[in-house]
Design a protein around this ligand. Sequence first.
Ligand code: APR
Length: 231
Amino acid sequence: MKKHIVVLTGAGVSQESGINTFRDSDGLWEGHDVQEVATPQGFAKNPELVQEFYNQRRAQLKEVKPNKAHFALVALEEKYDVSIITQNVDDLHERAGSSEVVHLHGQLRKVRSTQYEDLIYDWDKDLKMGDKCAKGYQLRPHIVWFGEAVPMLDTAVDIITQADMVIIIGTSMQVYPAASLVGFAPARTPIYYVDPNPTLNYELQQSNNVEVIQEKAGKGVSELVTQLMEN
Ligand code: APR
């Protein structure tokens, strides 16, 4: 049976594709306070601004491509069962060709009803105020904002409890509950953490099995995958 590798990714895996991370830019996200564009309160206060912000992010997906790190994770599937659990809302893992990708914080290329959170639609164009779900309620980005529940969390916990190895890539491990997931890996599971500026959060400090690879994802993940394919 193939070994099961669970990969936890954050904004850093897409940085070399040209998508900015969150916390590397003074707490601002593309010039905006996260409270403005990534909370239900921000949306209630200025829905047009929030829709436009995500429209720009969605449009940006057409300008960017998966990078070496995304592709290296696809190559890993030749030898391992690979599950990717990402905090990213971009589609670069899918476009690289990864077969199992769980999005903890939603997806830019989907929208959902403001009233019924299970009414989700694929969406590639701009979303405007006045665009409605099948039941007549305003649509919003399918993004998990701060203070909202993380519907895919249970699925992610189930996956990581079955890990033989964990690889963490490009996340500051600051945003919970996503950052707590690594604590659900079985005891003594080897954990690799690829990040040029790693932060060992509480869960990582509890583990004796963390190997930090202080590199950007393109280089660090490619080298790690080469090593894992040889083992
Ligand atoms: N390769 C790998 N890692 C990188 C690179 C790179 N080229 N460039 C930066 N990083 C690292 C940074 O050192 C940092 O540790 O990526 C991490 C990015 O951290 P954050 O900006 O905090 O992103 P992330 O951890 O994904 O944020 C989590 O916060 O705003 C919310 O919902 C949003 O999903 C997001 C969540």
